[in-house]
Design a protein around this ligand. Structure first.
Ligand code: ATP
Length: 278
């Protein structure tokens, strides 16, 4: 009896060892390089670390933490990977950006914390401007985000002049640069709030939205909704833009016209509803 119990206990210890055999993550990593890349939750741990660091730097608001939590839940349901339909959307987004007269990438506190260098790379690949655009706008946060983007290689960061307005929004939330989002024909608005996404659409701008929730209003009003985690989506759009760099306008237009936003949203919703949660 005692022996059996001993054997069982050993077996259990072995099983536990196997379950906890994941590479160790420091309780409070100071730098993201301390998170082991082979950890099964690497992407999620990296995201959490970047967002937390963003709050420490004064880039991300506390509300941004909540928005990230909501995003993580959807990412979990989507299997934490890029759906083929999201990849098609990323390609259509790249084609739109390459065809645009004046493309602009809108950056808020979560975007700046999660993908600063990746946004700069996308701007370089597509000739887009970068503009800081905040829901909870304060001068300190605007400045901190602009500095953070410059540290990651951005030459010119718009958003601080705020001499343009988005019609239909209250004062602070309406502010944009007249020669930035105000004058853009195509805007990438990742993690945007629904009101502003609707108002930008009403201004006639082509909107590319990156949002993990296919039911969010922002995703619903977008010409191109990319239902994917921003940390995967931004580099993916850049990759497509680099691949399409030599494509003719006709080829780019074909890609744009073949894209169906409703089908992309429906596919993401189906993946969430029918996904395997093992
Ligand atoms: P709406 O008004 O459009 O319904 P919302 O009120 O849900 O938007 P927020 O609470 O500001 O908007 O949340 C921002 C959105 O960003 C959420 O839909 C969330 O799923 C999404 N999101 C959060 N983190 C990420 C991320 N890392 N990648 C992509 N999307 C994300």
């Amino acid at each position: 009896m005692t022996d059996d119990a001993g054997v069982d206990a050993d077996a259990e210890t072995d099983a536990n060892d196997e379950r906890t055999a994941d590479p160790e993550v420091p309780a409070d990593p100071e730098h993201e390089s301390e998170i082991p890349e082979d950890h099964p939750r690497y992407q999620s741990l990296l995201t959490r670390h970047r967002i937390e660091h963003g709050v420490d730097l004064g880039i991300t608001s506390k509300q941004g933490l909540i928005a990230e939590g909501r995003g993580e839940a959807f990412d979990y349901l989507l299997g934490e990977e890029t759906l083929p339909s999201a990849d098609t959307a990323a390609r259509a987004a790249a084609a739109h950006l390459l065809l645009a007269e004046h493309p602009v990438l809108s950056v808020n506190g979560n975007v700046a914390a999660l993908v600063p260098g990746e946004v700069v790379a996308l701007a370089e690949a597509t000739g887009a401007d970068i503009e800081v655009n905040l829901f909870n706008r304060t001068d300190e946060r605007m400045q901190a985000i602009a500095d953070h983007l410059r540290e990651h290689g951005a030459d010119d960061v718009k958003g601080l002049t705020a001499d343009g307005r988005i019609p239909g929004l209250s004062h602070e939330r309406a502010k944009v640069d007249a020669d930035g989002i105000g004058g853009a024909d195509v805007v990438v608005v990742p993690l945007e709030d629904g009101d502003r996404a609707e108002a930008l659409g009403a201004m006639g701008k082509t909107e590319i939205v990156i949002d993990l929730n296919p039911m969010s209003r922002s995703a619903q009003v977008a010409a191109v909704p990319i239902v994917d985690n921003i940390i995967r989506a931004v580099p993916n759009v850049t990759r497509h833009a680099e691949e399409l760099a030599d494509a003719s306008d006709e080829e780019l237009r074909e890609i744009v016209e073949a894209f169906d936003p409703e089908a992309a949203l429906a596919d993401a919703e189906r993946a969430i509803r029918e996904g395997d949660l093992d």
